[in-house]
Design a protein around this ligand. Structure first.
Ligand code: GLY
Ligand code: MN
Ligand code: MN
Length: 438
């Protein structure tokens, strides 16, 4: 993404904060996996959103009207010896020249420099409760200034949650963000196609997961979240990530996997038969879920409430379950009593962006908010019928189906970003039978 995109965001937030404000945003600390091994570093989404800078041990400061510059970046200095171990660092020079900081300072000097920047500010925009260690440091800096009150130095009076401003901005995706999300969705769709083509009875779930990861990695992507690759009964476990059981003839395979690129996620679920052909019971349930998903996607347009897709999915699923004899009663009564929740126990979607469950309020003034162009959400109804379900004929057992797409709200309706992943019975069966590569 072009550096000008990040600069634009900083300008916007500075303008909203106004004079007399300062925002402090630390980079995510590295996280230990075990012993002296760290997880691969993933920048904090808020920090990256404003900086495009992906080095740990950095702090972004936005100080509108500060005479030393509006965007200040604290980061590690160049260190040839350390860079031999952990790779090149931007250093203070590139923090300014490449990343657009008005000024840059060594992270090791922050305790001396930051309190001086807080002097005579009225408001500190900071997200408390995210990083307890850093919270203590911020409080310490404020206390340091308080001690100078007799010297006429004013202490900031207000702490304001930075995340509210930032998250409202992040909810609306710019054309540059949409382009990246389109790419993430396309690569993920290709990975699902690869999984469909590889799948056959006798393979293990881990082998299919490997195909997906292979495609992500070959396209310079990571997983946006741990992939779910659940065959048969495992498809009915919503957060199944063991992915280590054999795939059996006659079972379905549910895959929920999405790639992340440039810190933007996709989130796609497809469910298909291990042997390439749906049996009648599977087809029946599949089409109920597909109809519900299409009905829900139809509701994604500006002016509709956030909940409209969910309501449409619930109505359509309940209708389908009545038709198949899995629910008995009138449509309105069954919806009112949430009778469907036995088979459909989650909601129909969430915001999608830099985080898979992205930021942004779902309600405003206690009412579902209206959909607006630039928002991206998932639409992911499902039905899950574990073995042993009471008063459910055996032919439905161990059918777990979810169909999930990533949908952008456009000016006139919507665009399905993940449209390249097949989802009708015919398209899936055709894809699984064909030898074409994706
Ligand atoms: N993959 C997480 C979700 O679908 O919400
Ligand atoms: Mn999702
Ligand atoms: Mn998902």
């Amino acid at each position: 993404m072009n550096q000008s995109e990040f600069a634009k965001r900083r300008k916007r937030i500075a303008k909203t904060m106004g004079k007399g404000s300062i925002a402090i945003l630390p980079a995510a600390p590295p996280v230990t996996r075990n012993s002296d091994v760290e997880y691969r570093y993933r920048p904090d989404s808020d920090f990256y959103y404003l900086t495009g800078f992906s080095e740990p041990h950095s702090v972004c400061v936005i100080a509108p009207n500060n005479k030393h510059g509006e965007y200040l970046l604290f980061c590690r200095e160049r260190d040839p010896q350390m860079e031999t171990w952990t790779g090149p660092r931007a250093g203070l020079e590139d923090a300014k020249a490449f990343y657009g900081a008005d000024d840059a300072f060594p992270i090791n000097d922050i305790d001396n420099i930051l309190p001086r920047l807080l002097e005579n500010c009225d408001r500190i925009y900071y997200t408390l409760g995210h990083d307890a260690t850093f919270d203590q440091r911020v409080i310490g800096w404020v206390q340091q200034i308080k001690k100078q009150s007799r010297a006429g130095i004013k202490t900031p009076r207000e702490f304001i949650a930075l995340e509210h401003l930032l998250h409202e901005m992040r909810l609306f995706k710019s054309p540059a963000e949409i382009a990246v999300m389109r790419k993430a969705a396309k690569i993920s769709a290709q990975a699902h196609i690869r999984a469909m083509k590889t799948c056959k009875p006798g393979l293990n779930e881990c082998e299919i997961e490997a195909e997906i990861l292979h495609h992500f990695n070959c396209n310079a992507c990571t997983e946006a979240y741990p992939s779910i690759v659940g065959g048969g009964a495992n498809g009915c476990i919503l957060h199944y990530i063991e992915n280590n059981r054999p795939l059996n003839e006659g079972d379905l395979l549910l895959i929920d996997a999405g790639a992340e690129t440039q810190c933007y996620a996709s989130d796609i679920t497809r469910t298909f038969p291990v042997n390439g052909r749906f049996n009648n019971a599977q087809k029946d349930i599949y089409n109920v879920v597909l109809d519900a998903q299409l009905a829900a996607i139809e509701q994604v347009k500006p002016g509709n409430y956030w909940n409209a897709p969910h309501d449409a999915a619930v109505k359509s699923l309940t209708k389908g379950l009545i038709k198949l004899g899995l629910l008995k009663g009138t449509l309105s009564q069954l919806i009112k009593n949430k009778a469907y929740s036995r088979f459909y126990m989650h909601r129909t979607g969430h915001w999608l962006g830099m985080d898979v469950h992205d930021v942004g309020d779902y309600k405003l003034d206690n009412r579902w908010r209206l959909l607006e162009p630039g928002m991206v959400l998932t639409v992911e109804p499902g039905l899950y019928i574990p073995a042993g379900s009471r008063k459910v004929a055996k032919r439905w057992w161990n059918i777990g189906i979810r169909i999930e797409d990533d949908v952008l709200v456009t000016k006139n309706g919507h665009e399905v970003l993940s449209k390249h992943a097949p989802k009708t019975v015919v398209d899936i069966e055709t894809m699984m039978a064909s030898n074409e590569t994706s």
